[in-house]
Write a protein that binds this ligand. Structure first.
Ligand SMILES: C=C1C[C@]23C[C@@]1(O)CC[C@H]2[C@@]12CCC[C@@](C)(C(=O)O1)[C@H]2[C@@H]3C(=O)O
Ligand SMILES: O=C(O)CCC(=O)C(=O)O
Ligand SMILES: [Fe+2]
Length: 369
């Protein structure tokens, strides 16, 4: 399995300077560096009238429900997914242990400017004039190198839990990918790189630990700014504190309420390409709380990094010409970290004939990113 995404980040390094690293624990007032000019608009949250579908994976009708959710929302929650609750709790506990460390400790394992693994601010942060109210820790493969530096005597618990979680996520995300593609009539024979003949070992993925410390004035900060994931799909465990919001047509942000044991599944940009636009990737963001320290865990799942992803031939006909240029995950990340939320337009083959822009681009323009 090839996984070398680091080339994609070289032209667009993200710096984490010690001097602008804010110590969230001691802050009494939001500094100007983190105060966003546009106040987070909580009033547009109409979750009561429009809510993200919750799908029971044991339901015999699950595949149809998943297909509908992907087409209409680009996001859904799953229950009865087979991930033991104790593993979710263990992950939360090692995550808390990590983010509770003093800032100087965490900076010891800072992700390099063009690096892939380690502690730092979200890669999207450099596109915005204000900083985000969050910190993250990215894991590709084994976190042993960083864990040893953080806890020289007792690094194995962190490694065991995060590795076990990644193993379970690999299984679940592969299953979900085939349910999603299956709902479009795609089988293993239609996806040469993922079929059994190619000894497909499962997706390539990153595990992202996100921390959103409490904030004295949550309405003027942004936990994670509006973005789509550059993945096929993302499996998110958002613990028991709300914060995830998804963008709906008409300009509304809808909160995805945490449900014990449930996992949130996001359609990513690569699935939008593969499905030739049938499954649009979901624009989402995270907001923060005044008194609660929220954690979330995203398993960002993509294809082997050098496989060409293009609209699936089965989904193309005269009425539905291919909408996107073929790209590898590596190339796509390079484009994404140059153009951020316009990346899909950059690889779009032609604009819709009626002169309108891509539906997703329209949403992105509305939220100003
Ligand atoms: C493969 C990746 C996707 C990601 C960038 C990364 O190299 C690893 C971190 C991922 C993440 C997690 C938080 C949100 C996000 C937009 C970011 O800044 O870093 C995603 C990236 C992505 O999906 O583009
Ligand atoms: O914290 C959340 O709810 C969102 C996290 C997220 O979007 C990500 O890690 O890509
Ligand atoms: Fe995301």
């Amino acid at each position: 399995m090839s996984l070398n995404l680091s080339e994609a980040f070289k032209p667009h390094p993200v710096y984490l300077h010690d001097d602008d690293h804010i110590n969230f624990d001691s802050v009494q007032e939001v500094p100007d560096s983190h105060a966003w000019p546009q106040v987070v608009d909580y009033l547009s949250d109409l979750s009561d009238v429009d809510s993200v579908p919750i799908i029971d994976l044991m339901d015999p009708n699950a595949a149809t429900l998943v297909g509908n959710a992907c087409e209409t929302w680009g996001v859904f929650q799953v229950i009865n997914h087979g991930i033991p609750i104790h593993l979710l709790e263990d992950l939360e506990s090692v995550g808390r242990r990590l983010f509770q460390l003093p800032a100087q400790q965490k900076l010891k394992v800072a992700r390099g400017p063009d690096g892939m693994s380690g502690y730092g601010r979200a890669r999207i942060s450099c596109f915005f004039p204000k900083l985000l109210w969050s910190e993250g820790f990215t894991i590709f493969g084994s976190p042993i190198e960083q864990a040893r530096q953080l806890w020289p005597q007792e690094y194995t618990t962190f490694c065991d839990v995060t590795e076990e979680y990644q193993k379970e996520m690999k299984r679940l995300s592969t299953r979900l990918m085939w349910i999603m593609l299956g709902s479009l009539g795609i089988t293993e024979d239609d996806l040469s790189w993922a079929g059994p003949k190619n000894k497909y070992e499962g997706p390539c993925a990153a595990l992202q630990l996100n921390s959103y410390p409490p904030c004295p004035d949550p309405k003027i900060v942004m936990g994670l700014a509006a973005h789509t994931d550059s993945t096929l799909l993302t499996v998110l465990y958002q613990t028991n504190t709300s914060g995830l919001q998804v963008f709906r047509d008409g300009g509304r942000w809808v909160t995805v309420p945490p449900k014990r044991g449930a996992l949130v599944i996001n359609v990513g940009d690569l699935l939008q390409i593969l499905s030739n636009g049938r499954f649009p990737s979901v624009l989402h963001r995270a907001v923060v709380h005044q008194s609660r320290h929220r954690l979330s865990f995203a398993y960002l799942c993509g294809p082997p990094s050098n496989i060409q992803i293009s609209p699936l031939p089965k989904l193309i006909d005269q009425k539905h010409p291919p909408l996107y240029h073929p790209v590898t995950w590596n190339e796509y990340l390079g484009i994404k970290y140059k153009h951020l939320n316009q990346a899909l337009s950059v690889i779009r083959l032609f604009k819709p004939q009626d002169g309108s822009v891509d539906m997703n681009d329209m949403k992105r323009m509305k939220v100003g990113c």
